[in-house]
Design a protein around this ligand. Sequence first.
Ligand code: PEP
Length: 259
Amino acid sequence: MRVPLIAANWKLNKTIGEASEFVLALAPKVKGAQGVEVVICPPYTAIAAVVQGAGGSAIAVGGQDCYSRANGAFTGEVSAAMLKDAGCRWVIVGHSERRQFFGDTDEVANAKLRAALAAGLRVIFCVGETLDERTKGDMDSVLRRQVLHGLKGVTDADLARMALAYEPVWAIGTGVTASPEQADEAQGFVRALVRAQFGETAAESLRIQYGGSVNRDNAADLLSRPEVDGALVGGASLEVESFAAIVAAGAAETARAAR
Ligand code: PEP
């Protein structure tokens, strides 16, 4: 059984004060949650505050991106080792907003992924098609390209420290969610790609999150699908109550599956 991984991607939101307040309010709400893993990915400036606020709880902290190089003349960038040093255990790599707005190609995402793994971070690696690609019937080839190029050079041991996030671009921040059937089907396809490359055992233990307008009302249904092993949550992770409800849905799914 795969333990659901519920991750908050705050994007360009929250000051240090707001981040501290959030994590102090969230920690007691998720304290008793069994069978679910929780990660918060704040903006860089608020990482230390969230690490401090999450201390003593099971909440882990992640970066939203990292650079592929360890150090040097790369103004504005943050390395994977710096994230680790700041207390992060995770980092998101290949998010569609990085691909769309900041020019991260499959090769760039792959270089960042390898740097993050080499620095000892766990990685949430994002893939997903645009609406245009889905409409044209190109979803499978886009996912195949993103998985094959994205995971180049990744070993079985690396994969065990990763999760994938299937995030259809048309569902991110739009309020339009992929139906649980669409998510399950696409994620089954992604798992098959991983199976072909890494084998059955690795594919079966890999967690694949769904991301794209997950909220407290649709989380349980999405998480109940066999291929959906968690959620990467943007908008609905900005508010304590809604994020705590999604974490609770993850815990409830584990309890349901164990019965
Ligand atoms: C995301 O940022 O990865 C995301 C899925 O955002 P939202 O939940 O707002 O669609």
